[in-house]
Write a protein that binds this ligand. Structure first.
Ligand code: FAD
Ligand code: MLT
Ligand code: ZN
Length: 475
């Protein structure tokens, strides 16, 4: 491994220190080491240093210095990403720019239904700020206590309420970005209509730190739901789930907020590896769904949900169901669903596929993909779950923890190829919500057309001609 101190000259460090002061340079070795590895402990890098600017002006000054010295920069928020996007390479040359000190909530405007926050604000804190003014910020992820708004924008995060409210991109009105040369673009417009040319905002959303550093954003707020109900369903197959989803969308309209799917195998993994969870239904079922309804009025959500589920059971689509009427029951259901990430980490090494397909293609895809995976690796354990209401599956393949990395490498490529070829055949996406990062960079190159990839390269080269922003990621 390279000498981590090799790349940074004393004069560069002194200049960095002059910009951010003691509090802005991570000196503690343990704290720095935590930034060099990702949440999954899958990617281990070696950064030259970790800098934590306190405001946009400091970010701009750091970027100007990096521009002048051609220093590569990896922007890092909460470091909860699933694709290795926030982890430096092992050269010891890449500087981590951590946004954790950009944590001001600059403005809450309940009449305009907006909140303006800095990039390092935790998602959970944005949700609370909205709640404090009787509004609702709907982005919701299992990592919401640790991930940042900047990271959410940079990955265009999805989560469990996309069905009703859209992805992060749909929740952003304006952004502030520091460009690779240190210029600040203040695009913090709190407008729902603005057709003054190209949507530059959308270039940066989902760009995974490869085009600039997002320093702040104006986010949309929504009326706060006052009633919520969750239900856990047990079904025989995905076709049945698909029909239940279609009926619920029709019958419940916008009140249907989440429609999450997990297989019995995914549920078993959680029951085995996560504490304080229990099986939501008495028996086993090949497929499970966790659905949630919410409304801003104290509407008859209970009777609506009961009638939809009764009919689905009469028609043989749902074998068993339980309604979580109170907060404790709802939280128990969600604890099971959100335990899957942690359970996978404890249970083995996961080869992750974060895919999106037209919702109607999901059942056929799953049958074909399970067969294809078994042909490559007959003893593989498929852990299939995800945001079915959005057509987004986490179609993961799990192998035992003690599988040597060399052995793993020998068939990862083949597994990715069979799964992603099937996704591509359905005109789907090989990267739905977790970002491309370093995990799917080669896959992206393989599946994008020359024209589309060429357009992306044109944008990258115009905004970051010296290729200092997150090299080795996404593009
Ligand atoms: P980081 O991990 O620090 O960075 C992610 C990427 O964004 C990197 O490429 C980084 O360079 C870039 N970046 C970060 N901040 C900035 C910035 N200010 N400017 C420019 N680039 C930046 N994701 C989902 O979409 N849906 C889920 O349901 C979901 N569930 C999760 C559950 C768990 C338990 C965990 C651990 C993760 C989950 N994730 C999920 C993944 C992850 O939380 C999201 O991708 C999140 O958006 C990352 O935010 P972060 O602040 O941790 O970003
Ligand atoms: C989820 O939906 O739980 C996540 O995106 C996390 C994962 O894939 O592990
Ligand atoms: Zn997810």
């Amino acid at each position: 491994m390279s000498d981590p101190t090799r790349a940074l000259s004393t004069s560069f460090l002194q200049k960095l220190h002059a910009i951010v002061g003691d509090a802005g340079l991570v000196q503690d070795e343990q704290a720095k080491a935590a930034c060099d590895v990702d949440w999954l402990k899958k990617w281990q890098g070696v950064s030259s240093a970790v800098v934590r600017p306190a405001n946009t002006a400091e970010v701009a000054a750091v970027m100007r210095l990096c521009h002048e010295t051609r220093t590569p920069v990896v922007t890092q928020g909460g470091n909860t990403g699933m694709s290795g996007g926030a982890t430096p390479d092992d050269s010891g040359a890449q500087l981590i720019l951590s946004t954790t000190r950009l944590k001001q909530i600059r403005e809450v405007d309940p009449l305009n239904n907006t909140v303006t926050v800095e990039a390092g604000v935790l998602l959970a804190n944005v949700q609370s700020a909205a709640d404090d003014v009787n509004r609702y910020f709907p982005l919701s992820l299992g990592s919401e206590g640790s991930c940042t708004i900047g990271g959410n924008l940079a990955t265009n995060a999805g989560g469990i309420a996309v069905l009703r409210y859209g992805n992060t991109r749909d929740l952003v009105l304006g952004i502030e970005v520091v460009l690779p040369n240190g210029d600040i673009w203040n695009g913090l417009r709190a407008l729902r209509k603005d057709n003054t040319g190209y949507s530059l905002r959308d270039l940066f959303i989902g760009s995974e730190g490869t085009l600039g550093v997002v320093t702040a954003a104006v986010l949309k707020l929504f009326p706060k739901p006052t009633t919520r109900l969750s239900a856990w369903l047990g079904c025989d197959d995905m076709d049945a789930l698909l029909e239940v989803l279609a009926r619920m969308r029709n019958d419940c309209g916008d009140r249907l907020v989440a429609f999450e799917m997990l297989t019995e195998d995914a549920l078993a993994l959680v029951l085995e590896h996560v504490t304080d969870v229990r099986r939501p239904l008495a028996g086993k079922h090949p497929y499970h769904a966790l659905v949630e309804l919410a409304d801003t009025r104290d509407a008859e959500l209970g009777s609506l949900l009961e009638s939809v589920l009764e009919k689905a059971m009469e028609d043989g689509l749902v074998q068993d169901a339980a309604i979580g009427a109170n907060l404790a029951q709802r939280q128990a259901f969600w604890k099971v669903r959100e335990g899957i990430s942690q359970a996978q980490v404890r249970a083995g090494k996961a080869i992750k596929h974060d895919i999106a397909l037209p919702i109607s293609s999901l059942p056929g895809f799953v049958d074909r993909a399970v067969d294809a995976v078994k042909q490559v690796k007959p003893d593989a354990r498929v852990i299939n779950f995800g945001h079915m209401g959005d057509g987004n599956l986490h179609f993961n393949v799990l192998v035992p923890l003690d599988t040597p990395d060399a052995e793993l490498k020998s068939w990862i490529h083949a597994l990715n190829r069979v799964v992603h070829d099937l996704v591509s055949a359905s005109n789907g996406s090989i990267s739905a919500e977790h970002g491309v990062g370093q995990l799917r960079r080669d896959e992206l190159r393989h599946y994008k057309s020359e024209t589309e990839f060429g357009l992306m390269m044109l944008i990258k080269q115009s905004l970051d001609p010296n290729q200092i922003m997150n090299p080795g990621k996404l593009i």
